[in-house]
Design a protein around this ligand. Sequence first.
Ligand code: ATR
Length: 270
Amino acid sequence: MSQRVGVIGWPVKHSRSPVIFGHWFDRYGIDARYDLIPVEPETLSEFFATFRAQGLTGCNITVPHKVEAAKCIDVLDPIGQRCGAINTVWIEGEMLHATSSDGLGFLAGLDQGAPTWRGGRRATVIGAGGAAVSVCDALITAGMTVSIVNRSPERAQALADQLGADANGFEALPHLLPATDLLVNTTSLGMQGQPPLTVDLTPLPATAVVTDIVYTPLITDLLAAAQQRGLATVDGLGMLLHQATVGFERWFGIAPEVNSALRDKVLATL
Ligand code: ATR
């Protein structure tokens, strides 16, 4: 019998996940469909209460539901517990289980794009919103010391306290960059239609890696500036593709490959 999986969000129509999962269904001969499932915030708990009745094997979760959904799940894995947010749900016995795969996806994207990052010790992460939680948690778990830089100091401090990092304003960047091995943008700055993120990268060491989770455009102003300085860069598409592998493996028992054919297919939709 054909299986049903999908992504919930509000709105959800811009998700690239159907392209990613459709590619893997073909590649691995899986009889399943991946639906875009619009779920209004008011009906979120009802969605999870009727999960099995909807014929779902599992689902992904996108904005604005990642935090509220975590409250509807029976068993959160340690990552979901630490982040207080989830994006991947599966069924075990009678229970709904969940994790956030964004951090794992972020690290896998770095491993594929600039494996030298693993030699570094200090990361500077710009932003303290939903995406920053997963990125900071993954970096700290991987053994990095993380400095958070954010416009609003309260949000930076709250995230720093939650995960064990230090909190800074943008004015701290010139002092942080000389000891930064990995610089990450987790804000929406630099995305199409948003203001650019302008950081003077001159103080970064020549061995530093610069990455952006924004993938529209693929080469943000930040990445272009880093490339101009001759630094290694990693674009945001790797994180998008790799985070999807976690759900696919949970639901279908196969760890799917992220290769250039998949990347090109998704690039064509940007
Ligand atoms: P996401 O879930 O995508 O991370 P979010 O939770 O709304 O979205 O977080 C957005 C991040 O981008 C925050 O760190 C935000 O900074 P504040 O906490 O100060 O709001 C940052 N951000 C968005 N627009 C910004 C801007 N114009 N200048 C500086 N930071 C900005």
